[in-house]
Design a protein around this ligand. Sequence first.
Ligand code: 2HG
Ligand code: ZN
Length: 463
Amino acid sequence: MQSVIEQLVAIVGEHRVKIDVDSQQVFGKDQTRVFTPNPMAVVFPDNTEEVQKIVQLANQQRIAIVPSGGRTGLSGGAVAMKGEIVLSLEKMNRVLDYLPEDRVIQVQAGMVTEQLQTIAEEKGGFYPVDFGSSGSSQIGGNIATNAGGIKVIRYGMTRNWVLGLTVVTGSGEVLHINNGMMKNATGYALQHLFIGSEGTLGVITEAHMKLERQPQNLQVLVLGVPNFEAVMPVMREFRAQIDLTAFEFFDANAMQKVVDCGHVSAPFTTQAPFYVLIEFESPHEETLNQAMQVFEACMEKGWVLDGVLSQSLEQLKNLWRLREDITESLSGYTTNKNDISVLIGHVPAFINDIEQFFAQHYAAFETCWFGHIGDGNLHLNVVKPQDMPIPEFYELCKSINPKIFELVAKYGGSISAEHGVGLTKKPYLAYSRSPVEVDYMRGIKQLFDPHGIMNPGKIFDIA
Ligand code: 2HG
Ligand code: ZN
């Protein structure tokens, strides 16, 4: 009888199956650092048929599969620790079709986000979902986690841009879903079950993605704000007058981490505890004047301490770096990451509750707040005090996280707004989803993946 490795080689060829320790370590994990990878093999299929054969083999042998994209995840969703087959989509990065009248492009799931953005631009279009990791993250991974990012306030999450999927279900069947259409009222929209399923139902191999028109003359304003309460009226005033493409925020701690890296400097000399980054299209002079009027009105009210408007594309990019480089600049520290959301109107009270909790119980811990405040999505990174041993910090975080999530639940929020549940948030799922909901999710998994081979142990446990 052939070994599993031999059978994988028979499907994809020798050079597309890796069993060396380096490949196992690299492809067996995402950006989370707390898990030790230990997959059986890493396999690099070229097309849907090969993926189907791999899934069928895994079904026969009852071996788990971990689908792997750009491995930029922050929740352990792409971690393989128990002898699984890591199925990397890396080689599946081709354009399959382009439909100009529909403004739809069909690509293989391993296409890197930035590559899709560039191709869309070459075709005179625009793929608007964007985030700091777009240079490595892949479309299939974005779909599997329903990735959000920095433009959600205007363009929505990845879900909004998916008009069709090819998937290999956990039972090894190929589904061609929705075929790129805008309208299709023929029963359940199965694509939406796969979007955000974190690889637990099957492998996404191809996607029809909708494109948009390119934004015109983008402008970025960075404002210093005296307290968190002032962020809300600033947002209200700008949104009332102008269609924004982004409304992001970060606190002084988060910005300092970026400035310390030495690539960009603070936007102005005035110190502020909070900063907001506002982006908008300015096709006419009028929009810019309007924005300046709102800015001045906010200054007069005392909601804004200082501000800067981008004067060139280069300055626009540098202002964005103050926000986009935060994750990278925190990677030199040990942190406990949270990606939470509450209704926008609840954000000030929620932040206040959390800050009080830290002031009372963990005053030595530095908190870095940043995120997509225009979507009610906050990233809270708690930084380990320098003199505390790492295991002690992680142990303490085990008691801090439930407190944070109790407050999330108090405001009816979500324990993961955009990063997904994966492994890191699995113990806390009950703070956001009821037992009945989780049971329905288990039922759906059972339907598509009867032998439980697809990314087991992620989001929830089967039994
Ligand atoms: C971002 O918005 C990402 O920059 C990463 O979602 C957030 O590092 C984080 O906690
Ligand atoms: Zn984010």
